[in-house]
Write a protein that binds this ligand. Structure first.
Ligand code: ZN
Length: 468
């Protein structure tokens, strides 16, 4: 197997348990794994290991690849829609669902190219996707996105989600049956799910918002997840409206509803988790339930601010960051999400807020724990070779390089991301995707996005303005 030495990085930030950093560090990879990390590796390994290629990493900081724990990739084609700007979650969703009626496998592919392409170019090496609207009669959406993710070379955790109930927001055109969802999820798991170490694809299941679904499908979801040993993912306590709805219909708050339905624990992870009281924060920690905070989406939809420092103090370790769907964050730029996460924390929680290294933990090791992966998230021998080379030797960062983590979290942006390696393969080189032609994909995404909005504009008057 090929061995490559990344030599003399200004810093290697491992994000291991001790948060070890190496000044003038070396990283040796062998095939898809990390063989060694430290300093002067050529000297210490002399005579024991043959090195095939040496990459000069001076002027760069090496970090573990980012783990994006919550996303809706198809929304990348319906962002920046004039008809939805300025709306809160529920009215925003009503317009979104009109567009969702027209989703197809081209949208699924195009959404992956645009969103996970953006993710890779901003340092993401593993990404979730939660796909909940499946128009009646349309099949193969998750298959199409898995195939497109493979083309890009990113690790992928798609979740086969669903709707089981028509509502003011959810039209009957995207409502699934329990039998249909379970059969499709089981089929996807059999076809694509790889539970082994260094897996490139793990399939999950989940409701978008569990308490809005039928009791039958929620029970079937938990049972199927246990039977197949897969994870369950969805949204939890994103808006105040959701809290009020749950109290009105079930006489309890959302977290209690999840507890009653056996939906807290190691197998589960949820996006947002904003409207939680002190007891609920403790319960998330005690049950080891995973959390994905999505600050830009929460700001865009005026949803609120996740209690990041309180979760950390309570001992929540399965804790990550997600970019959420681009329709509510308008981008899948993880570098931006990380910086905003820090800033929103400061704004919301002042002196108690999480520090830059805590935020980087969420984007790396914490995110890996959310997905129950023990082979990614930090740099150490035996871990997957998933990492980024951040070029901080550029004018825009000069004067701010006192501490590499502060520089990346507080001043960093996508211009820093020079090389990205996933599973030992170089997937971003000099800031560009290596495995696909970016211009070809851009044209494809533009065409598919335009076709989608054209179809939907027959029903939504406001959309015409976006087609000019
Ligand atoms: Zn979401």
């Amino acid at each position: 197997m090929k061995r490559t030495l990344y030599k003399n990085a200004d810093w290697i930030i491992t994000m291991d348990e001790a948060r070890t950093r190496y000044r003038h560090g070396d990283l040796l990879i062998e095939g898809n794994q990390i063989k060694a990390v430290g300093t002067d590796l050529e000297k210490s390994l002399a005579g024991t290991v043959e090195i095939d290629e040496v990459v000069d990493a001076s002027g760069r900081v090496i970090l573990p690849g980012f783990v994006n724990t919550h996303h809706h990739t198809w929304q990348t084609l319906i962002r920046n829609i004039k008809a939805t700007q300025g709306l809160r979650l529920e009215p925003w969703l009503t317009t979104m669902y009109e567009i969702y009626k027209d989703l197809n496998t081209d949208v699924a592919r195009a959404g992956i190219y645009a969103s996970l392409g953006d993710g890779l170019k901003t340092g993401v090496t593993t990404s979730n996707d939660l796909w909940y609207p499946h128009p009646v009669g349309v099949t193969g959406l998750v298959d199409a996105e898995i195939e497109a993710a493979r083309e890009l070379g990113i690790r992928f955790h798609p979740v086969r989600a669903y709707h089981s109930v028509t509502s003011d927001i959810v039209p009957p055109e995207v409502v699934d049956t329990t039998e249909g969802v379970m059969a499709d999820a089981e089929r996807l798991v059999k076809k694509y799910h790889d539970p082994s170490r260094f897996s490139m694809c793990q399939v999950g299941i989940g409701p978008s918002i569990a308490q809005y679904e039928t009791e039958e499908i929620v029970r079937a979801t938990v049972d199927l997840a246990e039977k197949l040993d897969i994870m369950v993912h969805g949204h939890l306590a994103e808006s105040q409206h959701e809290v009020e709805y749950t109290i009105e219909h079930f006489g309890c708050r959302p977290v209690e509803w999840f507890r009653r339905h056996d939906m807290l624990g190691d197998r589960f992870y949820y996006a947002h988790c904003i409207h939680l009281n002190d007891e609920e924060v403790e319960l998330m920690a005690k049950t080891n339930t995973g959390i994905s905070t999505c600050p830009i989406s929460n700001m865009y939809l005026s949803s609120g601010s996740c209690r990041v420092p309180d979760f950390l103090r309570a001992g929540v370790t399965r804790f990550g960051i997600g970019v959420d769907g681009a329709a509510s964050s308008n981008s899948a730029n993880m570098m931006e999400e990380i910086r905003v996460s820090y800033l929103l924390n400061r704004l919301s929680w002042g002196d108690n807020s999480a520090n830059a290294e805590d935020v980087l933990y969420l984007a790396t090791a914490g995110g890996a724990k959310v997905l129950n992966r023990d082979d990614i998230g930090y740099l150490a021998p035996g871990m997957a070779a998933d990492f980024t080379l951040m070029n901080w030797s550029q004018l825009q960062y000069a004067g701010g390089c006192n501490d590499p983590v502060d520089c990346i979290v507080l001043s960093g942006d996508a211009r820093m991301v020079e090389e990205v390696v996933v599973n030992g393969e170089l997937v971003v080189h000099k800031g560009h995707l290596t495995k696909v032609n970016e211009e070809e994909k851009r044209q494809y995404v533009t065409q598919v996005g335009r076709e989608l909005l054209t179809r939907a504009s027959a029903r939504i008057e406001g959309l015409k303005a976006d087609l000019c």
